[in-house]
Design a protein around this ligand. Sequence first.
Ligand code: SF4
Length: 351
Amino acid sequence: MSKLIQVEHLKQYFPVAGGKLFENRVVKAVDDVSFYIEKGETLGLVGESGCGKTTTGRTLLRLYEPTSGRIVYDGKPIFDSGDVPLTDENGEPQKDAAGRAVCGPKTVVNMMPYRRRMQIVFQDPYASLDPRMTVGDIIGEAIDIHKLCKSKQERHDRIIEMLRRVGLNSEHANRYPHEFSGGQRQRVGIARALAVDPEFIVCDEPISALDVSIQAQVVNMFEELQEQMGLTYLFIAHDLSVVKHISNRIGVMYLGKLVELADSSELTFHSVHPYTRSLISAIPVADPRLSRTRQRIVLEGDVPSPVNPPSGCRFRTRCPYATERCAQEEPAFRVVSPGHYAACHNLEQVK
Ligand code: SF4
């Protein structure tokens, strides 16, 4: 497989408005995050609310303009702040004749040609659909923006085909969003994303607002669509038990940082970062014999403010393994084993 998306040293800072306490401060929503997504794979992104996973998804689509970093889509930079060293195929920084790191040119491309190829399914199916438009018009609007159909008949056929793909039918095209259940509305949101024939979809907590009974159906539908259409997903969720089923690899975020990234089963059974361990220990186990032997790791305290994050390792205020070094030095995101990365000074001590 080849890389469809590369995100390098991505930062997304937001200014904090109002309040003397926060004057001239920024929220470091995403802070120096790097990862790639291969064509046809699903990368899961998990973490607590406010950890930066939704901002990461929206920033790589450039729905938010990045503060700095580089985003490469299908081999072409769609954003480059011009101060991030280029790397070779082994991930090593490229150097010029004088041994200095080489950066790419500052690049901010027009995203219109990419909007068709890169789509998003939003979390809230109630808020993401215009209540004044019929479902047919909602899907048709996306087709019209990208001028994908030459005739009304072709447009109509395409709308019906998209509804069929998500388990709805032609009768649904003339109805309004309020006439649908939550699960059906999310299917409409997915049909709208599919209508422009995308390659890549950011699935931004697409099942969080749905009944538990509907969640599995929608997850299965995402998997079937991926197989039929060769789609690539960034699947964002706070529930690791859902993400591990649909993802090939999983990244774990905490307070704007990526703290661990690995193959889905490697992360589930051999995670090394204390934060990931705590998330995995919170997944309910059906077998009571296993739940007796598995130790639940309960984190103390709340997630600190991203306006004023802790020095060194951002997880140190809640980490049972924190040492003096953790307060002084930020841990590097380093290789644990092939394809498995984690940011922690004390991996050898984590049990
Ligand atoms: Fe915990 Fe220190 Fe590792 Fe951070 S670097 S996760 S504080 S042990």
